[in-house]
Design a protein around this ligand. Structure first.
Ligand code: HEC
Ligand code: HEC
Ligand code: HEC
Ligand code: HEC
Ligand code: HEC
Ligand code: HEC
Ligand code: HEC
Ligand code: HEC
Ligand code: HEC
Length: 422
């Protein structure tokens, strides 16, 4: 490395021709001197962690970057031509270095830094997760170009860390339309996917006519949109399941783990002594545990039919292939109801799940707690199965069939819940 340093010193001082000059830019003399050494390939430094930090800066790329008007010294205040290279700065690890250096972004991109700070990525990074991206994992400060942050063919920068999602996504209707990941997740204030309202709003932002279009064939589309995730119908190859979410009926939102005192998993495990997945009794006692802390019992469950993995949520296809067949769900033993999880929102916003036995959906013990989600495929849905069969066998035209069904179903729903629907 000493050799390399000496070589580039020579390059800078004697040849006087940095690559920056070759590219014909108006870099300051000082910047050219820096590049005289740092544009030499292979210049690197061993860190305390044992990692090797590259000190190479591609001068030509820097000249073409959005930051070419900014002197090296603006971002690297602690490094000057006077103190340097003799200055041997202690750098613990590549990650420590990135965390320290990304602080400079704030002085010019304050608004973006603010957005980033509330993201799941920043939250995890603050908690010490070294795989969560900081600014410079997605943008190279020396080579960043205008509006070229997302590369559709390779999915960079997101695919660097979420490759399985990218792979699934690239074949989807959106991937083929070269939509960026950020069109649904945003680039900087990325939320945990469990905050699905944000994602749903993104869908309707681009597809404002989706709800009216479904209403022409799907009874109570609003209710379906609530109880069935969009990918559950639009990713027809995916495996589907039911997630029962702990829900605060008074505040009308999902229950989140209390900061610092996670209880869900330990409570679920102690309720599920056999480790076979929660059965109806276990689920009942889990809910009782959660309600013990509250003045009035308001922790309940809300069912939602969704695809089994986050990867599958990206395999959306053309509408002609979407699931339209009512029997895929409204039939005794339909497969989405064969796999059940119970979940809470974890401390970082991501869901924490625990397996449950499929029988909880139609057990009489869970009738109360699984309110708001008719146990389709179980005993309680026999009436709906029957109505559907009647509608189709009877050859009632589809719209009329649905209206009738809807009406009958509501009456039935009232009867089992013992109260008016909202
Ligand atoms: C004479 C060659 C030379 C010049 C000129 C030079 N550097 Fe360096 N630079 C080095 C070497 C060698 C190292 C590695 C030092 C070490 O091992 O700690 C280094 C390290 C660095 C580091 C990593 C932090 C550190 O201290 O190890 C930064 C950042 C840096 N240089 C930026 C600059 C900037 C900005 C300029 C212009 C103001 C500049 N360099 C000019 C050779 C040079
Ligand atoms: C817009 C701010 C900015 C400018 C301008 C800038 N840098 Fe950097 N530089 C950074 C950041 C941020 C990193 C850390 C990248 C990372 O996280 O790996 C870095 C890393 C480096 C490194 C690697 C060592 C280290 O500490 O990571 C060197 C060497 C370096 N820069 C030299 C230069 C030189 C020479 C110039 C001028 C030609 C320059 N930089 C211009 C922000 C800048
Ligand atoms: C001294 C001010 C300054 C600092 C510090 C700075 N930038 Fe910039 N940045 C600019 C300017 C000026 C532009 C070009 C004008 C624009 O698009 O806002 C720019 C543009 C960008 C762009 C491209 C914008 C586009 O239009 O696509 C990215 C990405 C970017 N900066 C990232 C960073 C990152 C990451 C850091 C921290 C490592 C950083 N910047 C630090 C001033 C700065
Ligand atoms: C997870 C990857 C990722 C991280 C982390 C990230 N960005 Fe970005 N950034 C992107 C993408 C992708 C775009 C392209 C714009 C888009 O698709 O919405 C972008 C766009 C930008 C732009 C230009 C567009 C604009 O909105 O003005 C700037 C400037 C920028 N980022 C700065 C930053 C800074 C500063 C940080 C750190 C606080 C940061 N980015 C962190 C991925 C990221
Ligand atoms: C440097 C690696 C890295 C990059 C680049 C990156 N991410 Fe992440 N991302 C993570 C990590 C680590 C997590 C935490 C969850 C995990 O381990 O998968 C995460 C979490 C997420 C989550 C929440 C997942 C959940 O379970 O709810 C979303 C959404 C997400 N990233 C989207 C993006 C998007 C969009 C981009 C590109 C703009 C991107 N990420 C770029 C590392 C990265
Ligand atoms: C019960 C299954 C189901 C659910 C849930 C569902 N869809 Fe659909 N969707 C379909 C089917 C089937 C079609 C095709 C209808 C047709 O043949 O025109 C469709 C059509 C569409 C279309 C094309 C509309 C048009 O203009 O023709 C869009 C966009 C769409 N859905 C978005 C969504 C979004 C966004 C969600 C979630 C909020 C969602 N869908 C939930 C089954 C579903
Ligand atoms: C059309 C909107 C859309 C686009 C574009 C999109 N996603 Fe997603 N993403 C979703 C939805 C919907 C979910 C699932 C939410 C849920 O769990 O209900 C999701 C979930 C995720 C998760 C969490 C996965 C998990 O295991 O739970 C990650 C990570 C993620 N997306 C990353 C990406 C990346 C990377 C890209 C680009 C390659 C991308 N997304 C593009 C809509 C989108
Ligand atoms: C940034 C805008 C954007 C967002 C956000 C978005 N889409 Fe799309 N969507 C598109 C585009 C563009 C197409 C492709 C249209 C085409 O090629 O005909 C498309 C196509 C579709 C199709 C196929 C429609 C058909 O006619 O076959 C479905 C279904 C769909 N999107 C569902 C969703 C869902 C679900 C979400 C949210 C998770 C979502 N979209 C979010 C822009 C968006
Ligand atoms: C992907 C699975 C799926 C498909 C496909 C599906 N449904 Fe549903 N449906 C559900 C779920 C889940 C509910 C929510 C039950 C609840 O409210 O708790 C529901 C609710 C209903 C309800 C009661 C709505 C209300 O008013 O409360 C009716 C009626 C119904 N579906 C009819 C249909 C018909 C007719 C079709 C075919 C055109 C269909 N569904 C397609 C899953 C599906």
């Amino acid at each position: 490395m000493l050799m390399a340093a000496l070589f580039c010193l020579a390059a800078a001082l004697f040849l006087g021709q940095g690559p920056a000059q070759a590219a014909g830019s108006a870099l300051s003399k000082a910047d050219e001197q820096c590049l005289g050494c740092h544009s030499v390939k292979g210049l690197e430094k061993k860190l305390a962690s044992g990692e090797t930090l590259s000190l190479h800066v591609d001068g030509t790329a820097f000249v073409q970057s959005v930051h070419n008007m900014i002197g090296c010294d603006v971002c690297h205040r602690d490094v000057t031509l006077e103190n340097h290279p003799p200055l041997k700065k202690k750098i613990a690890s590549i990650r420590e270095n990135s965390l320290a250096l990304q602080k400079v972004c704030r002085s010019c991109h304050g608004a973006i830094v603010k957005q980033y700070e509330v993201s799941i990525h920043a939250t995890l990074s603050q908690k010490g997760n070294a795989s969560a991206p900081v600014c410079t994992d997605c943008h190279n400060a020396h080579t960043a170009k205008s509006k070229a942050a997302y590369d559709a063919p390779t999915g960079a920068p997101c695919s660097n860390c979420h490759y399985p999602v990218f792979e699934a996504y690239s074949g989807s209707v959106h991937g083929q339309a070269t939509l960026a990941c950020s069109s649904c997740h945003s680039a900087h204030d990325v939320s945990a996917a469990a905050a699905e309202d944000k994602l749903k709003n993104a869908c309707s932002g681009c597809h404002p006519d989706a709800l009216p279009a479904h209403k022409t064939w799907l009874p109570n589309s609003e209710r379906h949109f609530e109880a069935v995730s969009c990918p559950a119908c639009h990713a027809p190859k995916a495996k589907r399941k039911v997630d029962l979410r702990l829900y605060d009926a008074a505040a009308q939102k999902r229950i989140a783990e209390k900061e610092g005192v996670p209880q869900f998993e330990s409570r679920a495990r102690s309720a599920d002594a056999k480790g076979a997945g929660l059965d109806a009794m276990a689920l009942h006692s889990l809910l009782r545990e959660f309600n013990r802390d509250e003045k009035d019992a308001k922790t309940t469950l809300r069912g939602r039919l969704e695809v089994s993995t986050g990867v599958e949520a990206h395999q959306l296809v053309r509408k002609t292939q979407a699931i339209r067949d009512c029997a895929k769900c409204h039939q005794k033993g339909a497969d989405p109801f064969q796999s059940v999880t119970v979940s809470i929102v974890g401390p970082d916003g991501r869901p924490v799940r625990y397996g449950a036995q499929k029988e909880v959906l139609n057990s009489i013990i869970s009738v109360d707690s699984v309110g708001g989600f008719y146990a389709i495929g179980g005993t309680r849905i026999v009436l709906l199965d029957w109505l559907l069969a009647l509608a189709f066998l009877g050859g009632i035209s589809v719209p009329v069939g649905h209206l009738t069904l809807n009406w009958l179903f509501r009456r039935y729903a009232k009867r089992i819940s013992g109260k008016e629907d909202s």
